[in-house]
Design a protein around this ligand. Sequence first.
Ligand SMILES: Nc1ncnc2c1ncn2[C@@H]1O[C@H](COP(=O)(O)OP(=O)(O)OP(=O)(O)O)[C@@H](O)[C@H]1O
Length: 662
Amino acid sequence: MELTAIPGVGEKTAAALDELADPERALREGDVAALAEAPGISAGRAAAIARAAVRHEHGADGEFLATDRARDVHESVLALLEERTVTDYAARRMATFVPTGAQSRIEEVRALVARATGRDVDPATLDALTNVEPLVDPPPTRVRDRCLATADAERYAEATDAVPELSVEVVDDARDLAELARSYATVIALDETFAGVDVTGDVRVRPDALDHPSEVVPERLLSFFAANRDSLLAAARVHDAAGMDPPCDLDALRDALSRLDDDGTPVGDDELDRLTTAVDDLDAAVGTAESVANDHLRTAIRERDVTIEGTDFLSLVEQGARVDALLSRELADEFDRAVEKARNHLLDSLDLADEADLAERVFGGDPTFPLEHDEEAVSRLRTELTAARDRRAARLKADLADDLGALRDPAERLVRAALERDVELAVARFADDFDCTLPTVSDDVSGVAVEGGRSPLLDVSFDEVDPVDYAVSGVTLLSGVNSGGKTSTLDLLALVTILAHMGLPVPADSARVERVSELHYYAKSQGTLDAGAFEATLRDFADLATGTDSRLVLVDELESITEPGASAKIIAGILEALDGGDVTAVFVSHLAGEIRDAAGIDVAVDGIEAVGLVDGELQVNRSPVTDHLARSTPELIVEKLATGADDPDGDAAFYGRLLEKF
Ligand SMILES: Nc1ncnc2c1ncn2[C@@H]1O[C@H](COP(=O)(O)OP(=O)(O)OP(=O)(O)O)[C@@H](O)[C@H]1O
């Protein structure tokens, strides 16, 4: 797909979208989360791009929603759908459901609806969905124990880009490599020319390293899974709860994730835990072991009677001979026992079975009091333990990355499927909550016909909405009492038409909708317009009258834009212009009779009829009666007064004369 061919996508946006791994897939599937990952593209903009891409792909670049009121009704529909989503992703994805006149797009969404309405909306799935989010790529973290090395400037730039986690060093020869091997635990040489060089240290020659970044930096894969763990586990739960076929073995995924902590370090390995604790606690354990030994010696010395020969005593006094000699002679056994206690403490407390030889060298030597550890032996032990810990961690990372590598693509699919399920469940809930059915949308239908239509956009609760039957085609005036439901009927027609062209089910027992390419819905003006606004409105209608696309036109009380006499003539003229075109037009008006009289064509007039006044309240039949000019509210009130009047020469005569005027 040529990205700049999508309306609204310029060179800059196209370049930003090109940064994505698979922009075409994201556009095709309306994956707004993926689109919003492109640099500088906000979530709102991503939705607008996805909408434009959908229309473009189906050859429907024109705007179906031609007026503000039409766009408002669409927004209200989206709000009802969004309210029924669990994830932000699905809420944003709803914005890609646009009405179009393109049959292929309508069919595409209807296929989704067919899948969705068969779904069981169970609480466990909805609950699991709360933690599903689109996967994120965490920013690269610096890895300091490894580096890449190359003698080639181009490879250097390539490596810096491909593996930002590692520092890339320029080397000229084996000597440089050897130098690096002293600073890094592992050096990965990228040039074939280094194959076979003999250098001390862990130097690997991997000319293909940049093609396998997860082998060079398994940390990348591990931090990806660590960062997305909650979402992946939740997506796995969604699959289980909803009985979906997962793209990978979920137990294997759970097992691999349980071996990873939040910063991407492998966990759950006893040997790594042992080595890590041993390194961390070494100094403290040596100190305690020393105290154990010295406590033993102190007690032994305190309890011992020492007999000292005269010569020894003299030598002590005269030559300052050390007491150690005495210790060695008199307390050799106790010293040995103290050393053993210290060694055992060190071995036991740090669990050093494998490093016993090195550990034992920490205590020993000539008897002294207090007993002191051998710092050099401690340092050797520390070096050995640290190296073993790092080797173990590296191996575990490599093993875990190996297991997770195979799960990387399935993980994407797992989360995407769960998020798409949220979209489907929201549609299913919408259809269920408002008793919807899939309408017929076809070129063979003329106009719109709704049976048992109940608009969820009314200002009364859905349970209290009276079902409306109405079929209309061609150019029609809709008359009726005040507050009878004329505007609500236009809203219902607009709602059904928009939903039908989105491919979605409609809140009615049944509906047949002509496939059109534009909806023009004009809301009632809030009062008489000034000359400029009046002129602008007439120009709008001139465009509408001269347009050639198939259209549904809904207009609410256009007469309120100017004085009644002029309005009737203007509306009659507009209806004449629309008549005979590829248009279904419904004009709500209180001047239906006057307009019909002024029009040079036969204009159909339907009416919402008040069946009477009960306790001052109008009783209304909400379904317009075809070919019927409904009586107005004033007429009904005058009629009521005439019926109730009792003085034939007084009020009854007056109301009677008034009534005759209607
Ligand atoms: N199908 C319906 N079921 C229940 N209540 C309805 C229905 N249609 C309309 N109403 C109620 O009637 C009220 C008035 O409806 P609406 O504004 O559509 O009448 P109207 O004929 O356009 O009035 P006006 O002539 O004053 O413009 C609505 O606010 C709603 O409360």
